[in-house]
Design a protein around this ligand. Structure first.
Ligand code: DX5
Ligand code: ZN
Length: 218
């Protein structure tokens, strides 16, 4: 089943309660949580305390995307906060294989994120250690950017790599996913789609979620 993972970054933080309640009432299963440290990316978002707080109010699968240097120093905090999936950028840590296995040892799924400039060849020696591959379709750091069409080819290549691995790995994309381009990206073999500004906007969460799933089902 293909799924949408709304990115909390685009939510109205004054009114988180009603937005989480609305998400709980839709068919959404995942919530994408963007963690930015002002170092790996030129923006700062929120940390594990916010996630821990939300954990008491929803059963959504917490899909944590770390955009931080030295992610190994913070894994325990995000596990304790209730993360179900933790993904990190391999260039932010010295031993990505060790980190992926550490995350899994905590009973949490481990993902690696391929920034726009990172070649899919990095997967060759990582794929046996991971549960999820998150492909950036914008340069990370900000919501509301445009999908970079050149990444389509990389997505198709990664789909093949996953299929040939015979492993059960989720292929996720992040950035610039909209109601009018999701179908094309889905056809490249993506399982999970992050969408921030296209979910949290004036058209309404429930309406946007329904429009997205309509596109995925056609
Ligand atoms: C970008 C983040 C994305 C972002 C997506 O650094 O990783 O998850 O919130 O936002 P949209 O869907 O608006 O591009
Ligand atoms: Zn993200």
């Amino acid at each position: 089943m293909k799924e949408i993972a709304p990115s909390l970054l685009a939510a109205d933080f004054y009114d988180l309660k009603s937005q989480i309640e609305e998400l709980n009432s839709t068919r959404i299963k995942y919530l994408h949580l963007d963690i930015m440290d002002g170092n790996y990316v030129p923006n700062i978002s929120y940390g594990p305390d916010i996630i821990k707080n939300l954990r008491n109010h929803t059963d959504l699968i917490f899909d944590v995307h770390l955009m931080i240097e030295k992610p190994e120093n913070y894994i325990d905090n995000f596990v304790d906060a209730g993360a179900d999936i933790i993904s990190f950028h391999p260039e932010t840590t010295k031993h990505p294989n060790r980190l992926a296995n550490y995350i899994k040892s905590k009973g949490v799924k481990a993902g690696i994120v391929l920034n726009t400039h990172v070649d899919e060849s990095v997967l060759k020696y990582l794929i046996d250690d991971i549960d999820l591959i998150l492909v950036m379709t914008v340069v990370p750091g900000f919501g509301g950017q445009s999908f970079i069409p050149q990444i389509m080819n990389k997505i198709e290549n990664i789909r093949k790599i996953i299929d040939e691995s015979n492993r059960d790995i989720i292929l996720e994309v992040d950035g610039g996913i909209k109601i009018d381009n999701i179908k094309e990206v889905s056809d490249a073999g993506v399982d999970l789609f992050v969408a921030g500004s296209a979910v949290f906007n004036e058209k309404g969460i429930t309406n946007n979620v329904n429009e997205f799933y309509k596109k995925l089902e056609n």
